[in-house]
Design a protein around this ligand. Structure first.
Ligand code: SF4
Length: 437
């Protein structure tokens, strides 16, 4: 029972910041004690397996984006480019290369060297990125191949023969990972502990799914771009842990309280009470502009724009948003099925997000969609122009399409972007005025 309910408001952000510091603290400790960590990517991280073995886990994408938020990404990019990596490739890769060259030094602490590495086909860059680690470190690599959606809607469905084959294929790869973890740690795989971990992951997935849907409320309780990025960090780093399950239980409690009491996210501190300044409900497609993270967000909130949802929330949580519930009586088989569905959901959110937006537009009361393709990431950015046209034509939503980067401040033309954002809002205002005439 919470004595003062008003303390609920903003608790998710406060708790998230604290857990995030703890996470980096644990990584730094592991680095100092020369323990090693599992290097994984957010799509198909296999966090549940690593948590069963109590292994520290490092997400290079999260480490990289933190260098941009902290204003030092260009230093890392320079170092990797001086080392020979092209300016054209994914900025996350280069930040990670520089971090490895610096012996793990990161603005938030120290990242251990890997004692096991996992590559997946969630993004084509992952495979080449993992090859860099292979050249640098003498640690085992396990590669996952997840059967994805073919075309726009050709995918096996649970209950079908094809799905059973695909899940079995993933299960074989999971068994290989488990055996490798046993060799690396010298511990036997404990199926009961795995069950407990999956139980925590179930609680998180159920709540994350509900929280994303709750933001259809008017006013929106969180900004999918800014607050959403903190929640994503928790969904990745703490999936399968008690802290992670409790974090999402508490976040859901906060969001439910806020929805019941119409306490929306406050967009600008100098403006009136919570929620009063939300004017336009937007969806964000792509990856955030981390080098100017808050100023980028202000381009929208200054006009009363709030990101009520984003494709980033869907794919960057590795599919946790699908709300999949593992069957604890059948842990390994169910884990394989869940991973297949979750990674596929995450890939679909990158490649076919227009179809998901179609389903979201009405319930979320969208006024517009902001597309932010970036130089670094062809995986997410390719095809966005076509998807934008589809959304504009099929559901008639106004769209803004502007490019920059997720890591490199040199390719962020802030003044031009602001002009484009201003013009977008002027269009939204005039559209609204015309609708009332
Ligand atoms: S999804 Fe984009 S940003 Fe992430 S690793 Fe792949 S190319 Fe880089």
């Amino acid at each position: 029972m919470i004595a003062d309910k008003s303390k609920l408001v903003g608790r998710g952000m406060r708790d998230g910041a604290k857990l995030f510091r703890n996470w980096f603290g644990d990584l730094s400790r592991a680095a100092e004690e020369k323990q090693g960590a599992a290097y994984v990517f957010v799509l198909g991280s296999m966090n549940e397996v690593f948590k069963t073995f109590d292994m520290p886990v490092s997400f290079p994408e999260v480490n990289a984006l933190q260098t941009a938020i902290r204003g030092v990404s260009r230093d890392y990019l320079n170092e990797a480019e001086d080392f020979g990596y092209s300016p054209d490739i994914c900025g996350y890769v280069k930040a990670d290369v520089a971090l490895q060259l610096r012996g793990g030094d990161h603005p938030m602490g120290k990242v251990p060297i890997p004692n096991i590495m996992v590559a997946t086909n969630g993004c084509n860059t992952y495979i080449k990125w993992a090859e860099i680690w292979e050249r640098m470190y003498d640690a085992p690599m396990v590669t996952f191949d997840f059967p994805g959606t073919r075309g726009t809607s050709i995918k096996s469905q649970p209950g079908s023969e094809d799905f059973a084959y695909e899940a079995k294929y993933v299960e074989g790869q999971i068994k290989e990972l488990i055996e490798t973890c046993e060799t690396v740690t010298g511990k036997k795989f404990d199926i009961d502990k795995f069950r407990e971990v999956l139980g925590y992951a179930n609680r998180m997935s159920e709540m994350w799914d509900k929280i994303i849907k709750l933001n259809a409320n008017q006013p929106a309780m969180f900004n999918a771009l800014t607050d959403g990025t903190v929640y994503l960090g928790m969904a990745n780093g703490f999936r399968g842990t008690k802290e992670g399950a409790e974090y999402f239980d508490r976040l859901h409690e906060e969001m439910t309280y806020r929805a019941d009491n119409d306490i929306g996210i406050q967009l600008k501190s100098e403006d009136g009470p919570y929620g009063m300044d939300q004017q336009f409900r937007l969806a964000f497609v792509g990856v955030p502009c981390y080098p100017i993270f808050s100023r980028f967000n202000n381009m929208f909130t200054d006009w009363g724009g709030v990101f009520v949802t984003s494709s980033y929330l869907w794919f960057a949580s590795g599919g946790t948003c699908a709300g999949f519930q593992y069957d604890l009586d059948n842990p390994l088989e169910s884990f394989a099925e869940g991973q297949l569905l979750m990674v596929r959901e995450a890939m679909d959110s990158m490649f076919h997000q227009a179809l998901m937006l179609e389903d979201t537009a009405k319930p979320f009361g969208l006024d517009g969609v902001v597309y932010h393709p970036i130089k670094s990431c062809r995986t997410v950015s390719t095809g966005l122009a076509d998807q934008r046209r589809y959304i504009a034509e099929k559901i008639g939503l106004p769209t803004l399409f502007f490019e920059s980067d997720l890591m490199d401040p040199h390719v962020v033309s802030e003044a031009q972007m602001k002009n484009r954002a201003d013009a977008f809002f002027e269009g939204l205002i005039s559209r609204r005025q015309q609708a009332t005439v």
